[in-house]
Design a protein around this ligand. Structure first.
Ligand code: HEM
Length: 409
């Protein structure tokens, strides 16, 4: 049976582009999980999208490769040759927007640098960067967590791994921000064309420089893979470098920001963690579940017409998994709206699932753990330095993160 239309009332209640939803999506998620868990809506650009909100359904979509990532796989080779729309933008040439077998090849090229063992080797340096950032602020008695701490930490780390000069950081920060906020929003995509070009121009310069003067960094080893033959094409080289910079910019910052906010809102949990820092492992997982940095998965498309949970999803339509909704599903988590830093049963979806499971998860977990531990140790009387009502969440559906989080200590 095909259910395309939802009631008018439901549509009024579920405006995914509204500011109210952006500030607090959880009441809408709860309603959708209960009343219409595979919900068809119209996005800002006019295309239909299916919003999947229950945990079990989210896992099914993420693990089912019939929900494809590369929309050019929907058309024939002949159409690809003649259709200009089939030309891929820079991010489409990455593992995140590829299906098998390309996905395996593209992920394989960088996987080695992100194994838990390799990442554990960065612990000392990440602690050093964390302490350096706090040294600069400690005397002031206050800071703005996002800009002073949560943003620079992961950026310095990914830039050092890749070999991006640290003095260029601020230059591409705003590009990266606008690109992510414009996701699935055509009006903004027009506006960000300029930023996108500047960003690609920057990557171009960086790669040209490294070609002439290779270093012991990830960009140089990717250039080697590209130059050595059929492992990586030039557009794919641009793609992977851009993807890692963006992923390093836009995600861990929200883990740190959202996690600190959760602790400030739950002083009993903050106290527990201060008393027993060895709880940090479960606490990081709980921050990821409670207010996950990536609110919706990236785009998936029905690779064929699919019957899914009583709905018929036509071939080629967009499917989005609401990760932050799945992680508050009461059928999966006991008391899902309660923050419990000691939670044991916590198979959250903050890093996704299936073949696109986050490559950077070990790095994000390590950075998050070090950031929370160091902050609580050095600034034990951390407190919010603004009216809680004034906190604003960044626009855009993809990410869930605060614009600013002023604290005093
Ligand atoms: C707390 C921080 C992070 C969160 C919550 C997060 C979340 C995610 C999620 C949900 C996906 C899957 C998206 C989908 O299936 O549609 C993903 C994929 C990915 N993430 Fe992360 N991420 C984080 C940090 C990072 C970092 C630090 C890096 C690397 C520097 C990174 C690199 C990637 C890459 C390359 C993919 C694509 C994997 C693939 O397609 O096989 N992530 N991430």
């Amino acid at each position: 049976m095909t259910h395309y239309t939802s009631s008018k009332q439901q549509e009024e209640e579920v405006d995914l582009s509204s500011n109210a939803f952006n500030q607090n999506p959880y009441p809408v998620f709860s309603k959708l999980r209960e009343n219409d868990p595979v919900y068809r809506t119209v996005m800002a650009d006019g295309q239909y999208a299916w919003i999947v909100t229950r945990y079990e359904d989210a896992v099914s979509v993420l693990k089912d490769n019939r929900f494809i990532k590369d929309p050019t796989n929907l058309i024939t080779d002949e159409e690809k040759r003649t259709d200009r729309k089939a030309e891929k933008g820079v991010f489409m040439n990455t593992m995140l927007f590829s299906d098998l077998p390309d996905h395996k090849r593209l992920r394989g090229l960088v996987q080695k640098a992100f194994t838990p063992r390799m990442i554990e080797g960065l612990r000392g340096r990440i602690e050093e960067i964390t302490n350096d950032l706090l040294d600069g602020i400690q005397q002031e008695g206050k800071m703005e967590i996002i800009n002073d701490f949560a943003f620079p930490l992961p950026i310095i780390v990914i830039c050092e791994m890749l070999g991006v000069p640290s003095e260029d950081r601020n230059q591409f920060r705003s590009w990266s921000n606008t690109l992510v906020e414009a996701n699935n929003n055509p009006e903004q995509i027009q506006n960000v064309q300029q930023d996108l070009e500047a960003f690609i121009g920057y990557i171009h310069q960086l790669i040209t420089k490294r070609r002439k003067d290779p270093q012991r960094d990830l960009i140089s080893s990717l250039i080697r893979a590209e130059e050595e033959g059929d492992q990586l094409t030039e557009p794919e080289l641009y793609g992977v470098v851009s993807l890692l910079i963006i992923a390093g910019h836009e995600t861990t910052v929200n883990l740190i920001g959202n996690g600190i906010l959760a602790l400030l809102e739950h002083p009993d949990q903050m106290e527990k963690l201060k008393q027993q820092p060895n709880m940090m492992k479960t606490a990081v997982e709980e921050f990821l579940r409670y207010n996950g940095p990536v609110e919706f998965s990236t785009n998936r498309w029905a690779g064929e017409t699919l019957d899914f949970k009583g709905k018929t999803i036509p071939k080629g339509e967009l499917v989005l998994v609401a990760l932050d909704s799945a992680d508050r599903d009461p059928d999966q988590f006991k008391d899902p709206n309660v923050l419990d830093v000691t939670r044991q049963q916590n198979r959250h979806l903050a890093f996704g699932k299936g073949i696109h499971f986050c490559l950077g998860a070990p790095l994000a977990r390590l950075e998050g753990g070090i950031a929370f531990n160091t902050l609580l140790r050095r600034m034990p009387d951390l407190r919010l330095n603004t009216d809680p009502e004034s906190l604003q969440w960044r626009p855009g559906m993809l990410m869930r993160g605060l614009k600013e989080l002023p604290v005093a200590f």
